[in-house]
Design a protein around this ligand. Sequence first.
Ligand SMILES: Cc1cc2nc3c(=O)[nH]c(=O)nc-3n(C[C@H](O)[C@H](O)[C@H](O)COP(=O)(O)OP(=O)(O)OC[C@H]3O[C@@H](n4cnc5c(N)ncnc54)[C@H](O)[C@@H]3O)c2cc1C
Ligand code: FES
Length: 362
Amino acid sequence: MTSDVLTDTLPVTLTTTDGVRIDVGCAPGTDVLAAAAEAGYVLPSLCRKGTCGACYATVEGAHDVGPHSAEALPPGAAADGGALLCRTYPREPLAVALRCEDSRIIRGSIPERGAGVVAVEPVSPDGRTVRVRLHLDPDDVSGAGVEFEPGQFVEVSLPGQEPRRAYSLANVANWDGEVELLVRLQPGGWFSEVLEGWLATGPAGARLVVHGPQGAFGLRENGIRPRWLVAGGTGLAPLASMVRRMAEWGDPQPVRLYLGVTTAAELPDLALLPELAEALDLLPGAVLEPCVWRPDGTWTGTAGTPVDALARDLAVLGGTAGPEWPDVYVCGPPALVDAACAAAAAAGVPADQVHAEKYLPA
Ligand SMILES: Cc1cc2nc3c(=O)[nH]c(=O)nc-3n(C[C@H](O)[C@H](O)[C@H](O)COP(=O)(O)OP(=O)(O)OC[C@H]3O[C@@H](n4cnc5c(N)ncnc54)[C@H](O)[C@@H]3O)c2cc1C
Ligand code: FES
């Protein structure tokens, strides 16, 4: 931060990918994300401290940049106008190009609903990938149902407690208020231990508070280009939601789903995720390719990462990007997401056809 003192509120114009323009004023010492929230617009964001990258946007106009991690805003990104809005302090009027459509901006505050925990069920051979099923309490705004776009996430907390963790929604919007999450239990993790407790005793009577839906990740309308989905571990969750929505709507785009895990014991069993299996069956020509990075002698499928499989299939397309080139959707651990985005770029997939969500620890 610079030591010069600014005293006047500066205008900031936010423009969404679908061309909606929102004008807010940014007071001295206030970051753009907070200024938008004060004006009643919650922009896609999560950590609000420069570490998750969820508030990334392109900014024109002089501004100061607050402390942030290189993972969230890589060195060099600022030269192309890249900025984290939670760490952007205007020094003059700013024009901000958001990476989301208007529908992903929450008016007012992030919705909050109580939920009963219906089930916590292991879905991988090692028992550490679990499906969590919740039933949301009806409320005045949504009634009994739950509305969200595939790709979005919620934060969950225990009633009356502060810590929250983000989880992608793995099912689709429905009238019954049902929410499904796919969670990899992390050794010693706070919420992982909560879930382990419910796994051991059963979740009878267990309650959560669900904050959201939130987030900008999601399917883009882009004609009938193929959609290639790359998941690292439980990065499967939002991609499963996309597949289920595509099947529900009868979308025509050919789908490939690359699902990467380290060992076969971590691989979610589709027999335990029947709605996803059914959706893949319903989509003509849909291909699921499980990829095991460190296979044992019994694994007969693809050995390697889903990034290797993606690069292999992109190489087959060859030549210059054309209409048969896929839109690529990637989700999972940051290293996998970065590698998949780099592989897509190296193969020639245009940047506006690559969409990603990183699972960064809280
Ligand atoms: C937008 C978003 C969506 C997410 N969606 C999902 C999802 O659908 N499914 C899912 O399983 N996770 C998801 N995550 C990650 C999730 O929010 C938590 O970080 C994770 O479940 C660990 O929480 P915890 O409380 O158990 O562990 P914490 O108490 O937060 O961490 C305990 C230890 O585990 C390590 N750790 C935490 N997360 C990971 C990780 N992912 N890999 C390796 N080590 C880790 C931490 O560094 C720490 O040392 C998402 C994250 C983001 C940002
Ligand atoms: S909300 Fe800005 S980097 Fe996380």
